[in-house]
Design a protein around this ligand. Structure first.
Ligand code: 6PG
Length: 241
């Protein structure tokens, strides 16, 4: 079993003095990466995580004066709730990111009109195939204090399917016991295709989970550790206290 230094060695860990400095640097990086992608093909795509951490980053990004109408914006994961629910990542994006210049972005949500989440998985797989530039140029991950990332929760029965590098579906439903509602999420197999992956985390607790939560048993790895171990590309890890 690897130790944390070995686990993080292939990745780029950056510690910032505070959240505002992290957000400014990350907004600049994402803007540059979007412009590079636009310069190559005239289109770009980005998948972002929800939760509370990225809200201020999204507000900064929304003010980037770039060709948003040529950019596909979607989600890494979503709570399976109505898109007007306060729990909805789509609602949060519409309030924090899809405003200002970014209001012109081509947003494709994960929650479908139908209530059946398995039908929603099929529907979103079709959107990935037909409507969203793939692979994602940029993909933004968060992390919970339980070591989940995306909606790959340690207490979800679907966790092995979610993290399977050879998984056949780009999207899956998870039903974590700790969560009040089911989740729809990109799979590891889809996330691993992204051209640039950033993990955005803040606070001492999350840094402790990242750096000290490493199990010495492969089968007990937290999803974030298994993700960092399995990915064949360097993840930019942005952390601030
Ligand atoms: C979600 C996110 C999830 C998030 C972590 C961290 O739907 O909740 O996509 O993966 O990144 O739960 O959330 P916080 O930023 O709120 O701590």
């Amino acid at each position: 079993m690897v130790n944390i230094e070995q686990l993080l060695a292939p990745h780029n860990f950056s510690a910032f003095a505070n959240a505002a400095e992290l957000e400014a640097a990350l907004a600049d990086k994402i803007t540059q990466q979007l412009n590079i992608a636009l310069g190559k093909t005239g289109r770009a795509s980005i998948a972002v995580s929800g939760g509370s951490t990225p809200k201020a980053l999204f507000q900064l990004l929304s003010m980037a004066d770039i060709d948003w109408q040529s950019i596909d914006v979607s989600l890494v994961d979503e709570r399976w709730v109505a898109t007007d629910s306060d729990q909805s990542n789509e609602k949060m994006l519409r309030q924090q990111l899809l405003i200002n210049y970014a209001s012109k972005a081509n947003f494709i949500g994960m929650k479908s009109a139908v209530d059946d989440i398995e039908a929603g998985v099929i529907e979103y797989n079709a959107k990935l195939k037909d409507k969203i530039k793939q692979p994602f140029d940029i993909l933004l991950l968060g992390m919970g204090n339980d070591g989940h990332t995306a909606s790959w929760f340690p207490d979800a029965a679907e966790i092995e399917q979610a993290l399977n590098p050879d998984g056949q579906s780009a999207t899956l439903a998870t039903r974590p016991r700790s969560q009040p509602m089911p989740r729809i999420s990109l799979s590891f197999a889809c996330v691993a295709q992204a051209k640039n992956i950033t993990l955005h985390i803040t606070g001492a607790e999350k840094r402790k989970v990242l750096e000290n939560g490493l199990s010495d048993q492969q089968e007990n790895l937290l999803p974030i550790h298994q993700t960092l171990l399995q990915l064949e590309q360097a993840v930019d890890i942005y952390w601030a206290d």
